[in-house]
Design a protein. Structure first.
Length: 74
C-alpha cells in the first residue's frame, strides 16, 4: 500500500509492477487507481493520471467512483 496525501494506492503490487514495466520496458502506466479509505472501507476512488493530465468528472454517475472520471489535459 502506497500512501499519498489522503489517498491510498491499493494494489501496491500492481502499482509497483506498472513502475517496473515503465523502468524496464519504457512503457509508462496510463493511470493508477487512488482510493480514499475511511473506517476501513473505500469511500472514494479516483484515477491518478500522468502529468500533465488530471482526473476530470464525466458528468454522470457518482463523484466517488473512479469509473466516472477520465484523464485529460486541461
Amino acid at each position: 500500500m502506497i500512501r499519498t496525501a489522503a489517498f491510498v494506492l491499493f494494489g501496491a503490487v500492481s502499482a509497483m509492477g506498472a513502475m517496473a514495466r515503465w523502468r524496464e520496458s519504457n512503457q509508462p502506466p496510463e493511470q493508477l487507481l487512488g482510493n480514499h479509505v475511511a473506517n476501513n472501507r473505500v469511500d472514494m476512488s479516483r484515477p491518478v493520471c500522468p502529468y500533465p493530465q488530471v482526473a476530470v468528472y464525466k458528468g454522470v454517475g457518482s463523484t466517488n467512483d473512479a469509473a466516472n472520471f477520465a484523464c485529460k489535459v486541461q
